[in-house]
Design a protein around this ligand. Structure first.
Ligand code: FES
Length: 176
């Protein structure tokens, strides 16, 4: 991957110009070599739905999709995402137009504070793509990399079970 170097106005560190597609839109940002993808997403792109928790790969709050696979954006340098397609939770739905997976979490009280929600929503979406009718064990395995301090996980499992049913219903009806 090539990343264009641009002069650093402060003279302290080389700034890199990074070209990405974020939530379907081409974006160009400047970053330093040491900057994490989650920092660029939140600070430069102002997409605050992606959360910063542990910064250690344990909690999943920073989860995004990169080229169609979920990743923890605190574990990636932004420069390594040059040319990538990134989807953040901000693009999953909106308050008046929730996705079926978001609706299932809402209706089943699948979150409380909401901090862990990006990771659980993306884990659910990836699981349902490959396992349209997942067992509870498969659901628990899929969310194993995400920590929630509020719900005790039972409601998250119920939410994903319901989300899978809703996505199957949409597929049967020919809806996306
Ligand atoms: Fe990235 Fe916790 S902030 S996994």
């Amino acid at each position: 991957m090539s990343v264009a170097e641009t002069p650093d106005p402060t003279g302290t560190a080389p700034a890199r110009r990074l070209t990405l597609t974020v939530n379907g839109r081409p974006r160009e940002v400047s970053c330093e070599d040491r900057q994490l993808l989650v920092e660029v997403i939140r600070e430069q792109l102002n997409l605050k739905g992606t959360h910063v928790g542990c910064l250690n790969g344990d909690c999943g709050a920073c989860t995004v999709e990169l080229d169609g696979r979920i990743v923890k954006s605190c574990l990636l340098l932004a420069a390594s995402a040059e040319g990538a397609e990134i989807t953040t939770v901000d693009a999953m739905g909106s308050p008046g137009d929730l996705s079926p997976i978001q609706e299932a979490f809402w209706d089943n009280d699948g979150f409380q504070c909401g901090f862990c929600l990006p990771g659980h929503l993306f884990a659910a979406r990836e699981l349902i793509r490959s396992h349209p009718d997942p067992s509870d064990d498969e659901i628990r395995q899929a969310i194993a990399g995400n920590l929630c301090r509020c719900t005790g996980y039972q409601r998250i499992v119920a939410s994903i079970r319901d989300a899978a049913a809703r996505v199957r219903g949409c597929a049967a009806a020919g809806e996306s």
